[in-house]
Design a protein around this ligand. Structure first.
Ligand SMILES: [Zn+2]
Ligand SMILES: [Zn+2]
Length: 389
């Protein structure tokens, strides 16, 4: 029934998705996206608050009863990737692409809004739509400023969903408790003393010291943390030197630290400083470390997740509802879940037959649009169910 109602909106959902897909915009610069969303939401005759947190939008569908409020969140930003899909709706912003499926997220929430707005007279409670900028930004993100500007005021539960090529199309992944990792970044400079490449004794070589540091940082996860607990330290960028025969003054590195346990997360900066400080002082070098705290661990509420699991089993069938694996990816939906109970779901989009096999953040990521009404239906049925609790 709900699935049929959502499918009856497929044309509008797909049209919006294609329009958004053509105009991908990166974090905090989602101006056209903002306008497109506004135009579509204004047609629904619902209460709209915009702009929120720069390019965000908050809208309310008010039901008849004085029940609870369930929020649905979509992220709206794209990525600096050149699209390689040969589709009629390919990106018109050269060098940018909705390669994380946030165009799908927006249109699925929009589809849910269409269905829920049709039945607003029967809703015992309200629906809050949250269109949030800058999920991909990584450090500050868009969720936190949206919350600071009141996006969660009066909200009792929240639902979010990500399209997920690691799950077969039409499968829904759920997980109670910690799900996405805390994602912190760091900038590390190893400072030595430059000189001639043939006279290392007159220098402090920051390249050699860096090699020891990088190596030793990997020992945090292998020697210092419980082996059953996931921790990642990645140095993703390293720059130093200009020529084969010159020892430079400094080496600059950037990296990311991922943890699944908030207590462990709190220890990581100190562990790194101890190791980096020890190694640099051993070799007469010094360092500067800028450790930047990003998104916290995303922790799904057990109660809401359980409600959604059984709800999903009724909607799509038991065999298509699976417990998802934890991922070391970060997701700023985590901030909402620190404030109100809710759950973040994964919607499988992998379809080998149709060639939808590429992962998110790649130039060929795409999905079968027939799946979008299912995403809308999941939101609608989630709202209906949670309003009863
Ligand atoms: Zn992404
Ligand atoms: Zn994403």
């Amino acid at each position: 029934m709900i699935l049929e109602q959502a499918r009856s909106k497929q044309k509008e959902i797909v049209e919006l998705r294609r329009l958004l897909h053509q105009y991908p915009e990166v974090a905090h610069r989602e101006f056209k996206t903002h306008r497109i969303l506004l135009e579509h939401l204004e047609r629904l005759g619902i209460e709209i608050r915009a702009p929120v947190a720069g390019t965000g939008i908050v809208a309310d569908i008010r039901g008849k009863g004085r029940g609870k409020t369930v929020a649905l969140r979509a992220d709206i930003d794209a990525l600096p990737i050149k699209e390689e899909n040969d589709v009629p709706y390919r990106s018109l912003n050269d060098g940018f692409m909705h390669a994380c499926g946030h165009d799908a997220h927006m249109s699925m929430v929009y589809g849910a809004a269409l269905v829920l707005n049709d039945m607003r007279d029967k809703l015992d409670g309200n629906v809050r739509l949250i269109f949030q900028p800058a999920e991909e930004e990584g450090t500050l993100g868009g969720a936190k400023p949206m919350i600071e500007e009141g996006a969660l005021e009066g909200v009792d539960y929240i639902l979010g969903m990500h399209v997920w090529p690691e799950l077969p199309e039409g499968t829904v992944g759920y997980r109670s408790g910690p799900f996405f990792a805390a994602a912190d970044t760091f900038h590390l400079d190893i400072i030595g003393k430059g000189g001639h490449g043939a006279k290392p004794d007159m220098t402090v070589d920051p390249i050699v010291v860096s090699s020891k540091v990088i190596d030793a940082l990997q020992l945090i996860s292998s020697r210092e943390i419980d082996p059953l607990e996931p921790v990642v330290v990645t140095v993703g960028s390293i720059h130093g030197g200009t020529a084969h025969n010159i020892i430079p003054d400094r080496v600059e590195m950037k990296g990311t630290v991922r943890t699944m346990n908030p207590k462990t997360r709190d220890t990581m900066e100190a562990r790194m400083r101890r190791i980096i400080g020890g190694i640099t002082s051993a070799f007469n070098a010094s360092y500067s470390l800028n450790y930047i705290y990003g998104y916290p661990v995303l922790v799904n509420d057990r109660n809401v997740t359980e409600i959604m699991r059984s709800n999903l089993e009724n909607l799509v069938g038991k065999e298509r509802v699976v417990e998802a694996r934890q991922t070391m990816g970060g997701e700023d939906f985590a901030y909402y879940l620190q404030k109100v109970p809710g759950t973040f779901l994964l919607l499988g989009v992998y379809n080998e037959k149709l060639g939808y096999v590429n992962s998110v953040h790649t130039s060929r990521f795409n999905l079968n649009e027939d799946i979008l009404p299912l995403g809308s239906a999941i939101f609608v049925s989630g709202v209906m169910e949670l309003l009863k609790h």
